[in-house]
Design a protein around this ligand. Structure first.
Ligand code: ADP
Ligand code: MG
Length: 280
């Protein structure tokens, strides 16, 4: 669905590339998680996949980005936007500034694409119910909490029903309920065949929902595999991506002599249950 070949990208006036040597092939209907420390290149990669770089912010891209078999660089902006939706990192910046209500805000993208009115209304209603923001529809987009704004930003992309959805830290402002809701929605999207790429720090949720986990470090992809494989990689501490609470608990237990000193630490609930069950 999305194929990146030898992609490097340098911001305008920057001395060094923000991304280099990126090879990626994302299967349709998959959820891919991407983790990496601040400055690793997550936002840059999200924008490259969505065709925003270099189209919107300039800079130099080498290599190719193909979506659904077509080179993204050769699509018009409207065609590109129709293929890939991008939920940007700061929800405040996703708000158009042109609309007085959340309802109109969520419909803004569809309006630009010429979606019929009745269809727009039905889709806004459906997506608002899905994200539990129906009660916000008549509010001003600027009278919302950070978390509410983040859900509105997600809704405004979901409503476009693009085959590919890229989300840059979409749960950073959300409470645990909102965060789980977003991941549950991703599962539904996946079942409907949408290809999802989520840039996110919450390892336990990625472990539970993503098919595949990529690690960005030093401006390139340093690991790529199932979340369980990647989180168990012996290089994980060097990537500064943190660890799951299962790993932390086991490390603590090991430090207190409750677990054997050798052997792999658990990265998932299932592995933790087996590890601690075995220690009983
Ligand atoms: N507009 C920009 N101009 C120049 N350099 C940038 C710009 N935006 C980001 N960078 C640089 O690109 C690298 C990757 O940044 P970014 O993709 O935002 O990382 P992340 O999202 O993982 O925190 C960083 O070194 C950052 O300083
Ligand atoms: Mg970022």
């Amino acid at each position: 669905m999305i194929v990146l070949r030898e992609v490097s990208y340098t911001y305008p006036e920057a001395a060094d590339p923000a991304l280099h040597g990126i090879e990626l092939n994302l299967q349709p209907g998959s959820i891919t998680g991407v983790v990496g420390a601040s400055g690793a290149g997550k936002t840059t990669l999200a924008k490259v996949i969505a065709g925003f770089l270099p189209r919107v912010d300039g800079g130099e891209l080498t290599g190719t980005v193909c979506v659904a078999g077509r080179n993204l660089a050769e699509l018009s902006l409207v065609e590109a936007v129709g293929q890939v939706g991008l939920v940007i990192q700061n929800p405040f910046n996703q708000i158009s500034g042109a609309k007085y209500t959340v309802r109109e805000e969520i419909a803004f993208g569809m309006e630009n694409l010429g979606t019929p009115r009745a269809e727009m209304a039905a889709r806004v209603k459906q997506v608002a119910a899905l994200l539990r923001i129906s009660d916000l529809l008549d509010r001003s987009p600027y009278a919302l909490s950070g978390g509410q704004m983040q859900l509105v930003a997600i809704a405004s992309m979901l409503v476009l029903r693009t085959p590919v959805l890229v989300m840059d830290e979409p749960t950073s402002q959300l409470d645990p309920f909102g965060t789980r809701l977003v991941f549950a929605v991703l599962d539904q999207l996946q079942q409907a065949g949408t290809t999802v790429v989520i840039f996110e720090h919450k390892l336990e949720l990625l472990q539970a929902h993503a098919d595949r986990l990529l690690v960005l470090a030093g401006h390139t992809i340093v690991a790529d595999g199932s979340p369980t494989e990647v989180l168990a990689d012996e290089r994980v501490d060097g990537w500064a991506i943190g660890s799951t609470r299962y790993t932390r608990a086991a490390r603590l237990a090991r430090g207190r002599g409750l677990l054997p000193v050798h052997g792999a630490l658990p990265v998932s609930f299932e592995q933790a249950a087996a590890t601690f069950g075995g220690a009983r």
